[in-house]
Design a protein around this ligand. Structure first.
Ligand SMILES: [Zn+2]
Length: 383
């Protein structure tokens, strides 16, 4: 690709337009309108679905199944210290073949690539099969309460189904398309308060030390093999992220101890099983406690099938890379879409700088990403 091509392409132009919007979560700042205007011109029907302070759009071209949906978010994480950026995070800048700006990797260039791919596909295949849809939110980086989850509820309520969903999250690790995410681990949190009785260290028979009573149970939880994972998932992991007890004095037995812990779990166990096994360990060691659970994401998995194959073939055609399937990393909005029965894949640019100061992407990856997205559409919906 020559230099002039690299600094002007349809995908780069739309990326620049989106990157100029300071859409710090949950603010969309017109990004969705910019996308919607383009999609309207190629036959999409746009539904704005605002919930509370969050803008979302559901766009669809066609009424028939199967439904191929691009999903993503226009919101970005805060910039952090502006002085540490080499250029304004919302005035995208090109330096040495790289495009700098907040959201350049996560995930406005992917949104631009989706739109450009769709325009090109619709032009070549005006009578394509099924439908193409977009589920775009501005609440992925925030609490994720009024975004994708609410749109999915609205779609489910009217029995509107997604067959294949491609989430444009930055999945690539070393080069474009080397990794696609075909699932995510579940995430379960516990807030555990171990109860004791405060007292003087010199009179331990008058106190109950929660650190001592819980220590064997904690050791057992840390050593527990929750499962061995499977073909797609690593073994479930348990981590204590916070542990607090004590008054700061050396001569006081504390009255309580608090722990925050998290399980990243595979499809080999359920959240209910993890809870039951944890309580059994605490009870067997005679620990007195209160525990609050929050489930921040169910695990999901899209096994090899139509969508995975369409993506693998497209990546191989465009980049020559044999892609690898992975379920690692944090959660994404795919967790809300997969439970409807949709096949869900995440495929986007490199994730090396996401959420960082001086977030950037290689400009040379933008057009190939649009080509990959277009080839996936061709593989699934061309007539
Ligand atoms: Zn993202």
């Amino acid at each position: 690709m020559n230099e002039s091509h690299m600094t002007s392409s349809a995908t780069l132009d739309l990326s620049l337009q989106l990157l100029r919007q300071p859409s710090v979560t949950p603010v969309d700042h017109d990004c969705q309108n910019i996308m919607a205007e383009r999609l309207k011109k190629v036959g999409f029907n746009i539904e704005n679905m605002r919930f509370e302070d969050v803008d979302n759009i559901w766009a669809r071209k066609g009424t028939e199944g199967p439904v191929f949906c691009f999903a993503g978010h226009t919101d970005v994480v805060p910039t952090g210290n502006l002085d540490a950026w080499n250029s304004d995070p919302f005035l995208p800048e090109i330096r040495d073949g790289k495009l700098y700006g907040r959201g350049s990797a996560d995930m406005k260039t992917a949104l631009a690539a989706m739109v450009v791919a769709t325009e090109r596909f619709v032009e070549k295949y005006p009578d394509h099969k099924g439908s193409i849809a977009y589920l775009i939110t501005s609440d992925e980086e925030g609490p994720s309460i009024n975004g994708t989850v609410k749109v999915i509820q609205a779609l489910e309520a009217r029995n509107e189904k997604i067959t294949w969903c491609l989430v444009g999250e930055p999945s690539s690790t070393n080069k474009l398309g080397d990794i696609v995410k075909n699932g995510r681990r579940g995430s379960l949190n516990a807030n555990l308060t171990v109860k004791g009785k405060q007292g003087h260290v010199a009179y331990p028979h008058l106190a109950v030390n929660p650190i001592h009573t819980a220590s064997k149970a904690i050791a057992e939880l840390c050593e527990t093999v929750w499962d061995n994972g499977n073909e797609y998932f690593p073994a479930t992991s348990f981590q204590i992220s916070n542990i607090n007890a004590g008054t700061g004095a050396t001569n006081v037995v504390p009255g309580t101890m608090n722990l925050l812990c998290n399980w990243r779990y595979s499809t080999e166990v359920t959240a209910d099983e993890l809870k039951a096994r944890t309580l059994e360990v605490l009870d067997r060691h005679g620990v007195e406690y209160d525990i609050q659970w929050t489930l921040s994401g169910l695990p999901f998995l899209t096994p090899v099938g139509e969508l995975v194959n369409a993506a693998k073939d497209a990546i191989r055609d465009v980049t020559g890379t044999e892609t690898e399937l992975s379920t690692s990393g944090g959660t994404s909005d795919g967790r809300f879409i997969a439970p409807t029965g949709a096949q869900v894949l995440e495929l986007g640019v490199l994730n090396a700088t996401i959420h960082q100061i001086n977030e950037h992407v290689d400009i040379a990856d933008l057009e190939p990403l649009a080509e990959i997205y277009e080839k996936i559409l061709i593989n699934l919906l061309a007539n």
